[in-house]
Design a binder for this molecule. Structure first.
Ligand SMILES: [Cu+2]
Length: 115
């Protein structure tokens, strides 16, 4: 391998290991709420608006459990989350993954109607 190739290969490995580490880090919890708005109407394709109940497991950016009070806020869907059969007004349970690194963020990995 020539030098530029070695450097490129090393960068790919570093990148992959960072992604892998981030994927192992998320915290997962269930959020109960009611769908207030579906994607569209100025919302991103993967964005829903949810009036959610209190989330006791929510962590701040340092990883400390601080909880989140009940509120209405947007949630972003991971590619794995399907909205099939879900519509505005539905009571739902969201399985949410929270990641601290490289960014403090949450995403919905699955969504089901509440029983
Ligand atoms: Cu919230």
């Amino acid at each position: 391998m020539k030098w530029p190739c070695k450097i490129a290969a090393a960068l790919v490995l570093v990148g992959l290991s960072c992604v892998g580490w981030a994927d192992e880090a998320p915290y997962t919890f269930v959020v109960k709420g009611v769908i207030r708005a579906m994607p569209g109407d100025g919302r991103a394709d993967n964005e829903i608006l949810v009036k959610h109940e209190e989330i006791p497991e929510y962590r701040d950016s340092s990883g400390k459990i601080v909880g989140m009070m009940a509120m209405t806020m947007p949630f972003y869907l991971a590619p794995s989350a399907s909205l099939k059969g879900i519509s505005a007004g539905d009571a739902v349970e969201l399985v949410v993954q929270q990641t601290l690194e490289p960014k403090h963020t949450e995403r919905v990995v699955s969504i089901t109607k509440a029983k």
